[in-house]
Ligand binder design. Structure first.
Ligand SMILES: CC(C)(COP(=O)(O)OP(=O)(O)OC[C@H]1O[C@@H](n2cnc3c(N)ncnc32)[C@H](O)[C@@H]1OP(=O)(O)O)[C@@H](O)C(=O)NCCC(=O)NCCS
Length: 200
């Protein structure tokens, strides 16, 4: 668990428990038929309460875009899962997005779908990990925006990478500059954003 700032926390959970462990703590918010995906979904919901024990899980709604949210926005939150990991970022007053990815060669193969020519020149990705970080950063911005209809090449422009820990980015749909933070673990790439609450 990491305190990003006094009102924002982030956590990654390695799922080693069975479904019953999560089911007695949090509700299932949508029908998930595949057992492992259901476990991932529950672990994500569990993390919300783990980070903020007063998080009102039972009030979570799902938008048409599939984004989960709290109607009164008491907390902003974002969830991701991959393999045996779940991650969540929760904030009282920042708009947030999160993504975790286990590097997969497919991302490198399809890179032209999400990396523009200008980004290829500036970011110059060489290794699978670097392609994965770019993909993950853009998924994070997609979730932060949350309204869908995002062209990853056109609408999310990554300008440069700072210290291997942060992309400077620009989201063209609302002309917003944002920093996308990256943390590379041995088998997992984490990215996240937090920005002041803005009207989308
Ligand atoms: C929605 C999306 C980001 C989910 O990503 P994923 O890698 O399948 O799954 P993750 O585990 O990282 O994230 C899933 C979680 O994201 C959240 N989520 C789903 N839709 C969301 C949305 N529109 N906005 C914000 N969060 C969303 C949910 O919490 C979901 O988990 P839950 O249902 O268990 O609560 C992805 O399916 C998607 O649509 N990506 C955009 C693809 C695209 O447009 N590509 C174009 C370039 S090639």
């Amino acid at each position: 668990m990491k305190n990003i700032n006094p009102t924002t926390k982030l956590g990654i959970w390695l799922i080693e428990e069975d479904e019953a462990f999560f089911r007695e703590k949090v509700p299932l918010h949508r029908n998930v038929t595949h057992p492992h995906k259901r476990l991932q979904h529950l672990a994500g919901r569990f993390l919300l309460k783990y980070l903020f024990p007063d998080f009102p899980s039972h009030l979570v709604q799902i938008a048409d875009t599939r984004k989960p949210y709290l109607p009164d926005e008491e907390y902003h939150f974002s969830i991701s899962h991959c393999g045996d990991f779940a991650a969540a970022i929760v904030s009282k007053n920042y708009r947030v997005g999160i993504d975790i990815e286990i590097p997969d060669e497919k991302v490198k193969r399809i890179h032209q779908k999400f990396i523009s020519d200008a980004e290829m020149e500036v970011l110059n990705p060489m290794h699978l990990e670097e392609y994965t970080q770019i993909w993950s950063a853009k998924e994070t911005v997609f979730k932060w925006y949350s309204k869908g209809e995002v062209d990853f090449r056109q609408h999310i422009q990554l300008h440069k990478i700072v210290d291997h820990s942060c992309f400077r980015g620009f989201f063209t749909k609302n002309e917003y500059d944002l920093d996308i933070f990256i943390k590379q673990f041995s088998k997992l790439c984490l990215s996240y954003v937090f920005t002041p609450e803005i009207q989308m």
